[in-house]
Design a protein around this ligand. Structure first.
Ligand code: PRX
Length: 652
């Protein structure tokens, strides 16, 4: 879909502003808008000098770099000539500084089993496992697929690879054997690390069985290491498969970290692309490590006494950057949880926060909307007074969900960092610095230091205030992807061709008069009604602000008269769907946005189709709305879970 120079119309009229409390700001590293602006201006006045100093001060170097940045468009190199090791920065640096006894993870399995691991414990386990990997014959640069539940051995496996220069590719534990085989083959992985099973909603997911099916179709994989987690039946293949506990049993806990070149690949992470074939996003060593660490410290205003809980799975970029590499480089103490948020009851998250006195919670809008639907009484049972900061990631957070999160979970005292970023960006790009930048519900606010966003119209000129355009990043940054595994042409085409010399994010955004950014959804998700371009998130936010609505997804469908008509899919809290409610919702949108945005079709559904990471699959809904898949009577309650299953592997 094209973008007009005037950009996409802004119809969301959110005017609430929440400055940080005196109490929060007084303890924050950046405690005023002036402090943020001075840091930001310093960073952009000379971007290379800024990152050079950051890298010298915040990364341990075996050998210092000689050149901060080399740009052979669109291929970037940061901190050229330097040698470092990410696992060293995450572990040895703390142990050597006498901080090895600090808790790295308070881990809780879904059935309720618990483990506490200090930084020294993780260091020891990583060294033993690295030694075992070497014994299997793996060499620097080899690719290793990891398909595991959320147990401490998952970050341990990632760090063990990083320690000896193996490139990991973590595959989310919910993926099918097809998806695993595709990723193994694309990366030509030599090893798969998995487990017998993992717990999810009281049941064992038989990971080894799925892994075995995948291995039948993965000729490059020579070995499979299996962690014993659930003790279910796991068929082991002689000569190929080994148990984790057997191969580490006699290994030494001494394994020096391999000095890695700044630009050596650290990991590949597969994400969906427009063609359906997953893209292996490639991140490298020093720039990624620095970016994950500093953005973690800035955005979460991290302090030694914090207990940080990022609820993402390590199979997503959020888990890579804000469970493993960012927080561990900063020596944070974290909570790690294996299972579902509604097991055994729908208050499991609140119970965990109370038990470990979590002070920073980082979760996704899809989870927040589920909590709202499940009801406040689950929250009311628990003491959440340890929380001081909340975060959101993965999708836009609708202002009403923001308000609930702020009031009900944060007790009105915790700022919310709405963090905008992508697998490709390696770390957070826009977010409030919580002690400095007042929040506006639904806005990711301002760019982080060194990040220069711009919203462009079809004519490639910057759009005016409050007009939406293609969100691009004008200057390279250390955490950026370095390419798509094995496909430089696709990397160039996808991110660097439509807009010369800019990284194209694929999202639309607008900037308001205060310089705050508002993400308007993916470029392809724009709805064009009678020549007015609306963003999906705005229509959805209006619907979610109605008391009966839990979630909403808006898409365009072809309409002879208007070009596109608006079709919305709505899930309800505790209401019965009927004609009266349908009319009430139309009226509500008219009041909130205006006649232009009133949905033509409203379909009630018990659930929305989502990607495995929780994003609503608007592409699929567009097909349904335009009648491409016969779904029968549009006014009945539909259950999309089957459709979601069919498509989710492709979309990841
Ligand atoms: O569309 C944006 C949306 O998620 C996309 C990136 O997805 P992924 O690579 O899976 O990474 C998710 C975790 C960083 C973006 O292009 N997105 C992510 N965060 C936000 C968001 N949209 C609006 N607001 C956000 N805070």
């Amino acid at each position: 879909m094209s973008t007009s120079p005037a950009g996409i119309r802004n119809v969301l009229n959110e005017t609430r502003v929440f400055p940080p409390s005196e109490q929060f700001a007084s303890k924050a590293e950046f405690n005023s808008m002036a402090a943020y602006e001075s840091l930001y201006n310093e960073s952009t006045a000379d971007i290379n000098a800024f990152w050079e100093k950051q890298a010298r001060d915040h990364i341990h170097w075996f050998e210092p770099f000689h050149t901060t940045f080399e740009w052979n468009a669109p291929f970037a190199k940061w901190f050229v000539g330097g040698k470092t090791n990410v696992a060293f920065n995450c572990l040895d640096a703390h142990v050597l500084a006498g901080r090895g006894d600090r808790v790295a993870f308070h881990w809780e399995g879904e059935p309720g089993d618990k483990r506490t691991l200090s930084y020294s414990d993780v260091h020891r386990e990583v060294c033993k496992f690295s030694n075992a990997l070497k014994k299997l014959g793996l060499k620097k640069g080899d690719r290793v697929s990891i398909y595991m539940p959320m147990v401490p051995e998952l970050p341990i496996a990632m760090l063990a690879c990083a320690r000896i220069g193996l490139i990991h590719s973590v595959i989310f534990g919910g993926f099918s054997s097809e998806a695993i085989a595709d990723r193994n083959n694309d990366a030509q992985a030599k090893l798969l690390i998995t487990a017998d099973g993992g717990w999810r909603r009281g049941k064992v997911l038989n990971l080894k069985q799925t892994a075995n099916e995948a291995l039948e179709k993965s000729p490059s994989v020579e070995h499979c290491i299996v962690l014993q987690r659930t003790k279910n039946e796991a068929a082991m293949k002689e000569g190929r498969d080994v148990w984790w506990h057997d191969i580490v049993a006699n290994e030494s806990s001494d394994c020096p970290a391999e000095p890695m070149d700044s630009e050596d690949s650290l990991f590949i992470l597969y994400t969906s692309g427009s063609t359906g074939k997953p893209k292996g996003i490639r991140h490298t060593t020093a720039g990624y490590n620095l970016y994950a660490k500093r953005t973690f410290q800035w955005v979460f205003d991290h302090k030694d006494e914090d207990i940080f809980w990022c609820t993402a799975d390590c199979g997503w970029i959020t888990g890579h950057s804000y469970i493993v590499y960012g927080p561990m480089s900063a020596g944070a103490t974290q909570v790690l949880y294996e299972g579902a948020p509604n097991w055994p009851e729908e208050d499991r998250f609140w119970e965990i926060i109370e038990r470990y006195k979590v002070s920073i919670l980082y979760t996704a809008p899809t989870a927040i909307r589920a909590f709202i639907k499940w009801g406040d009484h689950h929250v009311d049972k628990h003491d959440l007074s340890s929380l001081r900061l909340l975060g959101s990631v993965g999708e836009g957070i609708n202002p009403e969900a923001w308000m609930w999160y702020f009031e009900k979970i944060g007790g009105g005292r915790c700022p919310i960092v709405d963090t905008w970023w992508q697998t490709e960006t390696g770390g957070i790009m826009m977010s409030p610095l919580p002690g400095a930048i007042p929040c506006k519900p639904g806005s990711c606010t301002r760019p982080l230091p060194g990040i220069v966003p711009v919203a462009l119209g079809e004519d490639l000129q910057e759009v005016g205030v409050d007009h939406g355009g293609m969100l691009c990043i004008a200057k390279p940054w250390p955490g950026m992807l370095r390419g798509i595994w094995g496909d430089d042409a696709r990397y160039q085409e996808q991110y660097w061709t439509r807009v010369p010399n800019h990284y194209l994010t694929g999202d639309n955004a607008r900037k308001d008069e205060d310089g705050y950014y508002w993400i308007m959804g993916r470029i392809d998700d724009v709805i064009n009604v009678s020549g007015h371009r609306l963003s999906t998130i705005e229509v959805e936010s209006a619907l979610v602000s109605h008391p009966a609505v839990a979630e909403a997804a808006a898409v365009g469908r072809p309409d002879e008269i208007k070009g596109q008509a608006i079709a919305v899919f709505v899930t309800l809290k505790n209401h019965q769907p009927d004609e009266a409610l349908r009319e009430a919702l139309k009226k509500h949108v008219r009041k909130e946005i205006g006649a232009l945005a009133v949905p033509d079709d409203i379909r009630f559904t018990s659930s929305l189709p989502k990607t495995r990471s929780g994003k609503i699959m608007r592409r699929l809904l567009r097909d349904i709305a335009s009648g491409k898949e016969g779904t029968g009577d549009t006014s009945t309650l539909e259950d999309f879970t089957v459709l979601a299953k069919l498509r989710s592997d492709e979309e990841s």
